[in-house]
Design a protein around this ligand. Structure first.
Ligand SMILES: [Zn+2]
Length: 59
């Protein structure tokens, strides 16, 4: 048996699990945000190129 208190490895607050629910949700949320950002960039990328081409043609 160990007297060592279990704490969340992210925020350091007492927790039964290595990562508490709050931090887990935060990490999952951040991962989701990042994924959406990447998808957005990929989708926006070609549109910016198109926009540049149009502006260049315009001038
Ligand atoms: Zn935590």
């Amino acid at each position: 048996m160990s007297d060592k208190k279990k704490v969340c490895m992210v925020c350091g607050k007492p927790s039964e699990v290595s990562i508490c629910d709050t931090c887990k949700a935060q990490i999952q949320g951040e991962a989701l945000d990042r994924k959406q950002e990447v998808e957005k960039k990929v989708r926006v990328g070609p549109e910016i190129e198109k926009d540049k081409a149009v502006k260049h043609k315009d001038k």
